[in-house]
Design a protein around this ligand. Sequence first.
Ligand code: SF4
Length: 329
Amino acid sequence: NDVIIRVQNLKKYFPITKGFMIKKRVGDVKAVDNVSFEVRRKETFALVGESGCGKTTTARTMLRLIDPTDGKIEILGTDISHLNRRELLPFRRKMQIVFQNPIGSLNPRMTIGQILTEPLLFHKIVNSKQEAYDKAVELLKMVGLKAYHMDRYPHQFSGGQKQRIAIARALSVDPEIVFLDEPTSALDVSVQAQIINLFMKFQEELGLTYVFISHDLSLVRFISDKVAVMYLGRIVEMGDVDEIFDNPIHPYTKALLSASPIPDPKVEKKRKRIILTGGVPSPIARPNGCFFHPRCPYKMEKCEKEYPMMYNVSENHQVSCYLVEKEGV
Ligand code: SF4
């Protein structure tokens, strides 16, 4: 079994407090609430949803950049949810992240050479500074930059080049899993395709597993194998990417798809348009029953009362919506 990531009942709650001197806990923002999924080696698993749905918090919790409130995060067969800093070190190396904004993720006071050699020396991947330098140059070339770029500073590069440097840094420690947090949304459209092609090339060559966080569904379809749609901290629909895009069941997934352009007019005809009305409800006071019911054109009486369980539509498709019980969905 080639499962490399197994997330079980993951929760991340942020307490809300009132008062200045004496703080009183008045509730929680349930940013990630009982999220479970598996990712296989060399797969690209996409987490999608509107901003505030919990996709980035899920990723940050999995990376242990923030501590989970509850649940299991199994990486390469080990539950890392309770490991301390020292125990986490080998996993920090195995899991890397490329952020949305390359400007914020590269230290402006360090040269590209320093940025690339630092993780190599820290994780003791090389034995000497010279070896670190040589490997850094090799990494720069891999991402399409040149050896003479080593002495330059981040501000001397374009957005696309900075993202290439961030990718080189992420790959420097030989990771197995790379989180891509909206990695192209801050870039010029003309550069986006180049960066995506680079990700696909490295996945092929290095056997990487990607967790891809995005709201760009056209891109998700293009690069992902599996997709999980999140709404107010929970996964509402999940499965193989073709299955979800060709046969979406959850009205929220349908609405997201309605909002994204698709190249195939046959699919366009089959697809019923659902236009989302109203904004995402506050994560502090989520609606009763199905969280989507205030915005759902198909809501039934029970939708307002009880949260729907996760139904298996097929082996490769799960959805949390009562519509599954109706025929002909
Ligand atoms: Fe709509 Fe009901 Fe399905 Fe929720 S469970 S998405 S309210 S039909």
